[in-house]
Design a protein around this ligand. Structure first.
Ligand code: SAH
Ligand code: SF4
Ligand code: F3S
Length: 441
């Protein structure tokens, strides 16, 4: 069993973990297969955040069993398995190996243990892998822009959300590990970094050694700022409650932190935010938005919003649309509420919004957001953007990167400029992408 294909679902955290799993497997002598149907091992790194995400995975398993190599091994790991436990084998008999969220990095050891008929289930943490080694070996999607994990898990228990059950409690990684990983990648030519955590703003609340609040998120940003060779720094995800004024200060005075922030609002209604256990009001949210807009001219926001949370009335819904119009998010990830087992909201039986209504609220909001996104994008036509070209576009023929406002910027051809930082004159735009030409150096 020497060739594998990894199918990834879910958030950036999963993307990074998939990069690490691939790197570890390659170090063990495995090769990456061209696709899932010509592979001895198929690994699915799953996401449970909404029912639609989960459903996709199980359709895929059937398809692979039908069209894949006879005798292939299917391993499923990540958030879905952690929440489902053993019952996953009964529901989906085609699976051979089930690992949870905490022992994905041990995948190679489980693959070598598995015989063709043996079923393996391990939802524990497994032997701790050396984080620095995983970071060293990761097979990253770009050679210039990298994700850096700064914390694991989440303690927030937003009423709708399965993540704390799928990933366990929040633990911050030691600062020295984060700083060393960035330095190691700079030595390899990386220039752009995105710090990852479910709630980066509460970094330092608790470290693995049990120590607390000795080194906070703004301290970490301050230390990263001192490292030479970073073109741009981003971080996701920020919790509006925990975004501190110290962090905003560091952002305003920084020469490398992007002038954009993903700040999930989830709703525009205080009543719904309270029911969601989000811990902030809309006026507190807007205060932080306004401060960033004032301190950093041109500052751009993106967000996540859920439509049809139990109890959401027409009036709550209008409050959310008002928030969208007021902040004018550059981009918004809009979702229909999906009930998740174990979560606090899954027990609510009153005020449920029926599916048709959820869908109609969502679709109307998508239309409104499309218009805002397009207007905001078009506003950049004629502007000059400073961009690290970190990858090729989907066609594989043009260079692509993200600007300080987290807009995708594409320049045709110029493949030899991959990995360089250039000024781009923006010539046209669609909702999420800007197109332009290189200005002469
Ligand atoms: N820790 C991050 C990401 C959480 S998951 C954060 O707090 O923002 C990404 C997004 O999925 C959330 O922001 C939320 O908008 C959405 N989401 C989570 N649970 C959901 C559910 N049950 N139904 C619909 N959307 C959900
Ligand atoms: Fe889920 Fe809330 Fe944690 Fe984000 S902060 S992962 S929405 S519980
Ligand atoms: Fe999904 Fe797990 Fe990320 S549920 S959103 S892959 S933390």
């Amino acid at each position: 069993m020497k060739n594998f294909f990894l199918i990834n679902y879910g958030c950036q955290m999963n993307v990074l973990e998939a990069e690490k799993m691939k790197g570890l497997l390659i170090a063990e002598g495995y090769e990456e297969a061209p696709d899932e149907f010509n592979s001895d091992v198929v690994i699915m790194n799953t996401c449970a955040v909404r029912e639609t995400a989960e459903r996709k995975i199980f359709g895929k398993i059937g398809q692979i069993r039908k069209h894949g190599r006879p005798g292939l091994l299917i391993a499923v790991c990540g958030c879905v398995t952690q929440v489902s436990g053993e019952s996953i084998f009964e529901k989906y008999p085609g699976i051979d190996i089930v690992l949870g969220s905490g022992n994905k990095m041990n995948i190679a050891a489980y693959l070598s243990k598995a015989g063709s008929s043996a079923r393996i289930l391990d939802l524990g943490n497994g032997p701790e892998r050396d984080s620095a080694e995983c970071a060293q070996l990761a097979k990253r999607g770009s050679e210039y822009s990298a994700f850096i994990e700064i914390m694991k898990g989440c303690d927030n228990f937003c009423a709708y959300c399965i993540v704390p059950y799928a990933r366990g409690g929040e633990v911050s990684l030691p600062p020295v590990l984060v700083l060393d990983e960035i330095k190691m990648l700079i030595d390899r030519g990386y220039k752009e970094f995105t710090l990852l955590g479910q709630n980066v703003n509460s970094y330092g609340k608790k470290f693995a050694d049990g120590s607390e609040r000795r080194f906070r998120f703004h301290d970490l940003l301050g230390e990263i700022e001192k490292i030479k060779g970073i073109f741009r720094l981003r971080f996701i995800t920020s919790h509006p409650r925990d975004l501190s004024s110290e962090t905003i200060d560091v952002m305003a005075s920084s020469g490398i932190i992007a002038h954009s922030l993903h700040l999930p609002a989830q709703s525009g209604s205080d009543r719904i935010l309270k029911a969601m256990n989000r811990g902030y009001t809309i006026s507190e949210y807007l205060e932080k938005v306004e401060r960033l807009k004032k301190d950093i001219p041109g500052f751009a926001f993106t967000t996540d919003i859920i439509f049809g949370f139990p109890g959401e009335t027409e009036s709550d819904y209008r409050d959310t649309l008002n928030l969208m119009e007021r902040v004018r998010f550059k981009n918004a990830f809009l979702f229909r509420y999906s009930e998740r087992r174990k979560t606090a909201a899954s027990g609510i039986s009153e005020g449920l919004v029926d599916n048709e209504e959820k869908l109609s609220r969502l679709q109307n909001a998508i239309e409104i957001q499309k218009k805002i996104s397009l207007e905001e994008s078009i506003g950049y036509v004629g502007a000059t953007k400073n961009v690290l070209f970190s990858s090729l576009d989907r066609k594989g023929r043009n260079i692509s990167g993200r600007d300080t406002h987290d807009m995708i910027v594409i320049v045709e051809n110029n493949m030899d400029k991959l990995g360089t930082v250039r000024d781009v004159l923006i010539e046209r735009a669609n909702s999420f992408t800007l197109y332009g030409r290189l200005k002469s150096a």
